[in-house]
Design a protein around this ligand. Structure first.
Ligand code: CA
Length: 352
């Protein structure tokens, strides 16, 4: 593992390398707790020389692993940022060994508005990695995370929920790593989180997510999906807070967790494109099953009603695979291409 001493700071960049646009008062080498901001220059109509203030907390005590904890990747997913807020306010630096870099509202404009994408540039932060120092605000933030924070760290925790359009079984997520030893590190860590369900998700191979970038940077990488629906689930928040503590104990930053994790070990996966049921017509989607239901290939998954044309029969959607219902669309209204249901299957190592 790299240690806290082996850091790459924005000021160390060689002359020709692209430099981050973000400035900050944070001292990543200082022991204790700092709760400050990353400041991204921003010049909209009503604020010529303003900044986007992105909250950051660094908690450091001596030497040990560096763990980045990210929330607010999507601005309408709340359990992660709430759990990280508790950590920022309550954690005594003397209890840890190493360094935590906590970015609980990383896409600050999206979090401030409670939206998945940034109202500033319309971008989904989790589709902008590795980012760009000459791009839009969202791209400049992902560039900072990728080029300044990732090189300092040993591990990365990215706390998501289902957001406004999905509700998802509270779960810990494995981002696949091509190197078997790295994959084992990710699996060991995600099982230590001890969520009721653990799912391998590769976002259909999309390389632009923060977890895919963290894996490319060599970091032990863990994600979550916690509830959703654009609201806060008390049950999912409990899973999230305990899971973060379990993970920090696993990494050796916190003392061993009490009580010891229950030991949920079954790995599931979204089996590529066969894991998704998409709408094929406009209307209102009626699901036929609840979360956790065992379903079968070809079985009716739900139907789309044409409410203003009641003489027309609803269009039935079917499951493309055997599996367990993992995620469900929240708004009733759908149009072709909307994700209505997500199904998981036992992990096979193949995400075709
Ligand atoms: Ca998300």
């Amino acid at each position: 593992m790299r240690t806290a001493a082996g850091t790459a700071r924005s000021g160390d960049a060689v002359a020709d390398a692209p430099r981050t646009t973000i400035f900050t008062d944070v001292d990543y080498e200082k022991n204790g707790k700092q709760v400050v901001f990353l400041r991204l220059p921003h010049s909209p109509h009503d604020d010529a020389w303003g900044v986007i203030p992105i909250p950051i907390c660094v908690i450091k005590n001596g030497t040990g692993p560096t763990v980045i904890l990210e929330g607010g990747n999507h601005g309408d997913e709340y359990e992660g940022p709430i759990a990280l807020g508790h950590l920022i306010r309550d954690l005594d630096p003397a209890r840890i060994q190493g360094r935590l870099i906590i970015i609980p509202a990383v896409n600050q404009p999206a979090v401030a508005r409670g939206q998945r994408v940034s109202p500033d540039d319309g971008k989904n932060f989790n589709r902008t990695f590795p980012g760009s120092p000459t791009g839009t605000a969202t791209e400049q933030i992902s560039f900072y995370v990728n080029s300044v924070l990732f090189p300092m760290a040993d591990a990365f925790i990215d706390l998501h929920s289902g957001g406004s359009s999905l509700s998802i079984v509270p779960s810990a997520i494995i981002e696949p790593a091509p190197d078997p030893a790295h994959m084992k590190r990710n699996i060991d860590a995600v099982l230590a989180f001890d969520a009721p369900m653990t799912v391998v998700i590769n976002n259909l191979g999309d390389p632009r997510t923060s977890t895919a970038s963290a894996v490319r940077a060599g970091l032990t990488t863990v994600g979550t999906e916690m509830g959703g629906g654009g609201t806060v689930s008390a049950a999912a928040l409990k899973v999230c807070r305990r899971g973060v503590d379990n993970l920090l104990a696993h990494f050796g930053v916190l003392p061993p967790a009490k009580p010891a994790p229950a030991g949920h070990t079954q790995l599931m996966q979204i089996p590529g494109s066969k894991g998704y049921v998409f709408a094929t017509t406009d209307g209102v989607f009626e699901p036929f099953h609840e979360h956790g239901a065992q379903v079968h290939e070809g079985e009716p998954a739900g139907q789309v009603h044409h409410l203003t044309d009641p003489g027309r029969a609803p269009q039935v959607l079917r499951y493309p695979t055997d599996g367990v219902v993992y995620g469900k669309r929240q708004p009733g209204l759908v149009k072709p291409g909307n994700c209505c249901l997500v199904v998981v299957t036992p992990y096979t190592g193949q995400l075709a």
